[in-house]
Design a binder for this molecule. Structure first.
Ligand code: SF4
Length: 149
């Protein structure tokens, strides 16, 4: 976690934040097909727009919200799988550890082809629980420094 991020408040140095932060936008801002329910504040999902370069949509799932069991979420994820984009679910590790990702395409292909919403939701839930409960989280050895005080 960045030393300038305060829980419940966000960036405490927003006006002076570095360029790398100014240049980051959730993929929600770029994908016209996503409705307001996909906004990170509503959905609890941040789309890593940098993953688009690899024809992949990486969904950083910050909250296990009701949105994840909505038809809107399953429909969009299923559409990406059918169109041949890579789809990854990502979860944050405990403080001081790196996040973890899981590729979803092979897991979802059959359920998507059958348009089986319930099966897709079961796979979503299993995958997220699998990451959270079985992943061996790797320590983040990044030494945090800031010139912003
Ligand atoms: S400095 Fe950047 S990474 Fe840190 S809290 Fe602000 S916007 Fe987030």
């Amino acid at each position: 976690m960045c030393m300038h991020c305060a829980e419940g408040q966000g960036c405490t140095v927003y006006a002076q934040r570095p360029d790398v932060c100014r240049g980051f936008f959730c993929g929600w801002f770029f994908l016209e097909e996503l409705g307001p329910e996909w906004h990170p504040k509503q959905s609890g999902v941040v789309i890593r727009s940098e993953s688009f370069d690899n024809d992949t949509v990486t969904l950083l799932i910050l909250e296990l919200s009701a949105f994840l069991v909505s038809e809107e979420f399953a429909g969009m994820v299923g559409g990406w799988v059918e169109e041949g984009f890579g789809v990854e679910f990502e979860r944050l590790g405990p403080p001081g550890h790196l996040p973890a990702k899981m590729r979803m395409n092979e897991l979802l292909e059959e359920a998507v082809a059958k348009r089986d919403l319930r099966e897709m939701q079961t796979i979503f839930a299993w995958s997220l629980a699998h990451i959270d409960k079985t992943h061996v989280w790797e320590r983040d050895k990044t030494a945090l420094r800031s010139a912003l005080g």
